[in-house]
Design a protein around this ligand. Structure first.
Ligand code: PMP
Length: 430
């Protein structure tokens, strides 16, 4: 058993000063049975070392951005070099042009882009722009998809496609919730029903084209096409939230992979190479609603800062190398097949959803294709599994809804070591 003495002490101290001891609620261990979260001290490649000196193989990847592993030399050097030239200018720089061109080349639906500082900001702004462009106010989103922490997307589903939402967080008003309709992911019938009911009022439909927030969940054949067609028929815009998916599965977005184009896209995570970033973009006529060209206001002191630009550019340079995504897929396959093989011995109720280097292991014997399916998986079993893995030096996200993210720096031996830990953990769960 590992010792977490220093982490436990730091957590107590952190609780005195920082709300809940963490700066983002998902970092707490609340969803896995409680206890002190591990305080990490150092990270390199696929590994973490905590304050107690324990080493881990990391599959959290900081909730997704760290696809090239921690402290990747190419990215680190770019950041160091840029830092010496000043970290923030408040003026335009040529780096912003270079990076915008890289994003546009990778994702043709981005005719114009804007950089912001987080995924939340990116998504929030796409909705404002869609409202400005359409002159409408309501939005449709899909249950269980997470789009950041601004009011409009912290709204829970009503009781059916024809009902408006209810606040999902204290501080979100019913007036805000009245602007939002939430539909089950992959449910074309419910979506069409809602569009029939509210179509003329819908500014935009917001969707994770491949879900990352109740585990990795693929759209069923025809789902995104139906969303596009029905939304466009009603004069509504389609916004893809690619904060998790952009550059995750290929050099480009889920939209490239699936061959379906949205009107606007929000990005974050990977495109910052680990530094704070968000970006949004889309069709020229829509993006030209944004100030200073148009009436929709959006600004940012830190937006497009040189450090985030060079870090993002360097990250995409790494990802553009041949074979990167095949490697992620190969390691993902090794992990998935290895877990399934181990489970032939234990026969636990498990379901694995995986695409390339992103995978979710659900404790359920049912396929998971929507949020209700993910909610129905066994959280207690996951919580026990999580702690058994942590104790063996495998760092997973502390929630049954999150993905395991393999990085370009993981190797086959890391996966082998992980599988040994899975075997031990499964043996103790039966
Ligand atoms: N959209 C999606 C799909 C996300 O997964 C997240 C973050 N997990 C966000 C938006 C919000 O991004 P950020 O945390 O950078 O604000």
């Amino acid at each position: 058993m590992k010792q977490f003495t220093v982490s436990e002490k730091l957590y107590k101290e952190a609780e005195q000063h920082i709300v809940g001891g963490v700066n983002s609620p998902s970092r707490s261990f609340k969803a896995v049975g409680g206890g002190a979260p591990v305080f990490m001290k150092k990270a390199k490649g696929p590994y973490f070392w905590d304050e107690d000196g324990n080493k881990y193989i990391d599959y959290l990847a900081a909730y997704g951005p760290i696809i090239t592993g921690h402290a990747h030399p190419h990215i680190t050097k770019a950041i160091q070099d840029a830092a010496e030239k000043g970290v923030l200018y408040g003026t335009p720089t040529s780096l912003e042009i270079t990076f915008a061109e890289m994003l546009k080349d990778a994702m043709p639906s981005l005719e114009k882009v804007r950089f912001v500082n987080s995924g939340t900001e990116a998504v929030m702004t796409t909705i404002r722009v869609a409202r400005a462009f359409t002159g409408r106010s309501k939005i449709i989103k899909f249950a269980g998809c997470y789009h950041g922490h601004f009011d409009l997307v912290l709204v829970a589903a009503g009781s059916g496609p024809s009902t408006l939402g209810s606040p999902d967080s204290a501080g979100v008003t019913q007036n805000t919730a009245d602007e939002v309709i939430t539909i089950p992911f992959n449910d074309v019938t419910a979506f069409r029903e809602a569009m029939t009911m509210w179509g003329d009022d819908i500014a935009c439909v917001l969707v994770e084209p491949i879900v990352g927030n109740f585990g990795i969940v693929m759209p069923e054949d025809g789902f995104l096409e139906a969303v596009n067609e029905t939304a466009h028929d009603a004069g509504s815009l389609v916004i893809y939230d690619e904060v998790i998916t952009a550059f995750r599965f290929m050099y480009g977005g889920a939209q490239n992979l699936l061959g379906v184009e949205p009107d606007m896209t929000a990005m974050g995570k990977i495109i910052g190479g680990g530094l704070p970033i968000g970006a949004y973009g889309g069709k020229k006529a829509i993006m030209e609603q944004v100030a200073p060209l148009g009436p929709a206001y959006q600004a940012g002191t830190m937006a497009g800062n040189p450090l985030s630009m060079v870090s993002g550019i360097a990250c995409l340079e790494v990802l553009k190398q041949p074979g990167v995504y095949d490697k992620l897929d190969g390691l993902g396959k090794q992990l998935e097949n290895g877990i399934l093989k181990i489970n032939e011995k234990y026969k636990l109720p498990i379901t694995i959803n995986r695409l390339k280097g992103a995978m979710t292991l659900y404790f359920s014997d049912h396929a998971v294709k929507d949020y209700d399916g993910a909610k129905g998986t066994d959280g207690d079993l996951f919580g026990r599994f999580f702690k058994l893995m942590l104790n063996q030096g495998i760092n997973l996200a502390p929630s049954k809804y999150e993905a395991w993210f393999i990085t370009t720096e993981h190797g086959e031996s890391d996966i082998e070591e992980t599988l040994k830990a899975v075997d031990v953990a499964f043996s103790q769960l039966t």
